[in-house]
Design a protein around this ligand. Structure first.
Ligand SMILES: NC(=O)C1=CN([C@@H]2O[C@H](COP(=O)(O)OP(=O)(O)OC[C@H]3O[C@@H](n4cnc5c(N)ncnc54)[C@H](OP(=O)(O)O)[C@@H]3O)[C@@H](O)[C@H]2O)C=CC1
Ligand SMILES: CC(C)(CO)C(=O)C(=O)O
Length: 331
């Protein structure tokens, strides 16, 4: 049964303009691909501004390298035009800036598309722009920013897109979701449309929580963790906790029985076993001495489950270990 469409299923104009908040590994890659496909894209930058303003964006990609010698680059949102789709591609550790970054650039009829990892971000954005103007995307992408304005796309790239409604109520496949999907597909990005953003987000967390977290705590890449029976078993136990957290969250927020099937756990384990040896984004950040996205990826889901009356002991221990390591790193 398809879910009821939200009252907010207003269509977006054609063509749609895009703003990229955070022109890094993810925002720089997808934004460049959208521009390459003909979309009008405006890039917000920080330390890379001068380089990108003068020399554009360089993208090395398994799908073919390309350079955009000229892009619409900005240092502040005040310089940017309002856009139809504002893509949030900052690290979530920068989300305290969203109250100042978002309002000036979202058109009155525009939407905000959250492409970050983690839980609860759409709700934070909805408080800024209204719950009828938020959408989410889960990016299965392996990409790094290797230099100012220089992106290296290593693997994958597909995005699961879903619309948002208050309390993560299922929205079904809305017209505006299809419009944005068509822009990304025109840019050669594989898109999956999901009726239920809550399920889609917890499915991504089923990968991010064990593998981003354990890669830091155990100082290991994904292949090494999958090759050892004990760490494979630990990853599966964490996935089972995420599965329980998802069910409790759905019941708490909307009184509904929505859950992730146990088959999906085996699918994710098989998927990871087949991945090229991969240093997760959290491990890359840890090794580089950068802030870790612990709160969005582990803390928020843990607190959501606890709010729903469910304790998750292994996720709790992982959170304690990661927050300790993050504190040691910054001391
Ligand atoms: N990389 C990947 O393959 C994947 C990433 N993700 C998720 O996507 C999100 C983004 O990650 P990722 O792209 O890897 O991160 P990056 O650090 O590569 O990109 C973030 C960009 O935001 C910029 N930035 C930071 N603060 C500001 C600011 N105040 N104004 C303007 N720009 C700013 C940074 O610039 P500066 O250099 O100045 O700090 C940086 O270029 C995260 O939630 C991550 O978990 C999800 C799936 C895969
Ligand atoms: C699943 C994966 C590895 C790629 O999308 C990811 O989410 C990350 O590196 O943060």
């Amino acid at each position: 049964m398809s879910a009821p469409l939200p009252t907010s299923d207003f269509r977006l104009p054609t063509p749609r303009t895009y703003a990229i908040l955070g022109t890094g590994a993810l925002g720089g890659f997808y934004g460049a691909r959208l521009q390459q496909a003909g979309c009008e894209v405006h890039f917000l930058l920080r330390s890379d501004y001068e380089q990108v303003q003068q020399h554009g964006l360089v993208v090395e990609s398994i799908d073919g390298d390309f350079t955009l010698p000229q892009v619409k680059a900005y240092r502040t949102v005040q310089e940017m035009p309002t856009c139809d789709v504002v893509v949030v591609a900052l690290k979530t550790t920068q989300n305290h800036l969203l109250p100042e970054l978002l309002p000036p650039i979202v058109k009155p009829t525009g939407v905000v598309l959250v492409l970050q990892n983690g839980w609860g971000i759409e709700t934070q954005v909805a408080e800024l722009v209204g719950s009828d103007r938020v959408m989410g995307g889960l990016c299965f992408l392996c990409s790094n920013k290797v230099g100012p304005g220089h992106i290296r796309h290593l693997d994958y790239g597909q995005i699961t897109l879903a619309d948002y409604a208050a309390d993560y109520a299922p929205c079904g496949i809305t017209d505006r979701l299809k419009q944005i999907a068509s822009d990304f597909e025109q840019a050669g990005i594989a898109i999956e449309l999901a009726e239920d953003l809550l399920i889609a987000r917890w499915k991504k967390l089923m990968w991010n929580i064990p593998f981003n977290g354990l890669s830091v705590v155990l100082n290991a890449t994904t292949d090494a963790m999958m090759a050892h029976p004990q760490t494979r078993s630990l990853a599966k136990s964490l996935m089972q906790e995420v599965q329980a957290g998802c069910t409790a969250c759905a019941r708490f927020l909307s009184g509904s029985d929505r859950s992730i099937s146990s088959d999906f756990i085996d699918t994710m384990l098989d998927y990871t076993a087949k991945m090229k040896p991969y240093r997760t984004s959290m491990k890359i950040d840890y090794d580089a001495g950068q802030p870790l996205e612990v709160e969005a990826i582990v803390g928020n889901p843990l607190r959501m489950a606890q709010q729903a009356g469910l304790e998750l002991p292994q996720m709790t221990m992982l959170y304690q270990q990661l927050t300790f390591l993050a504190a040691q790193q910054s001391s």
